[in-house]
Design a protein around this ligand. Sequence first.
Ligand code: HEC
Length: 194
Amino acid sequence: MKKIVIIAGMSMIFSAQANAQTETTKAETKAAVKEAKMITKAFGGELKKALKKAMKAGGPINALNVCNTEAMPITKKAAIDHNALVTRVSLKNRNPENIPNEWQKLVLEDFDARAAKGEDVKKMGYSKIVEADGKKTLRFMKALPTGGNCLECHGSKIDADVQAKLKELYPDDKAVGYEKGQVRGAVVVVKELN
Ligand code: HEC
């Protein structure tokens, strides 16, 4: 008889703990996603600013060189600044460093499927909390839509001189042939929860 009482008591304690955990996870998740969105916005803004400035200063060839030398340092700086893993990935990557891993690939494929069904790429995102070794980590992705000016370097009618420069810098370039409105890739933020 006594044993049963103890077991019942313990299970109550466990279920109370489980509930408390679910609650903190909800609040934590919300805060973490909010932060990831902020990181993505700040980082994306910096990249766009650098691209715009370079296009204005010397057209696509100049901007290509700027992307080639600046995009990765800007990305790495964002990661350090925000104490998170910050990357850009694409199913058809230009930079060999931007190949998605297994879960990122699945999310990108899902983004493509959703875009094909007419969902607005600008609003497309993904977030999930994963747990390993007792640590909770947020996986966050935000789709990057192919806008009009992206086509100058990622479209199907790229100027011959731009094409030549791309070939020289990226012999394995897959990031061409896009159309306006498609998913060009995504920003990834992976951050451990506090
Ligand atoms: C002036 C040429 C140019 C323009 C315009 C341009 N890109 Fe790129 N893009 C590049 C180059 C070069 C790289 C490879 C260097 C890097 O960023 O790591 C690249 C890489 C990327 C990547 C990283 C994944 C990969 O393929 O390596 C994404 C995502 C991307 N571009 C999105 C865009 C979007 C969205 C636009 C429009 C807002 C855009 N690009 C406009 C030249 C350009």
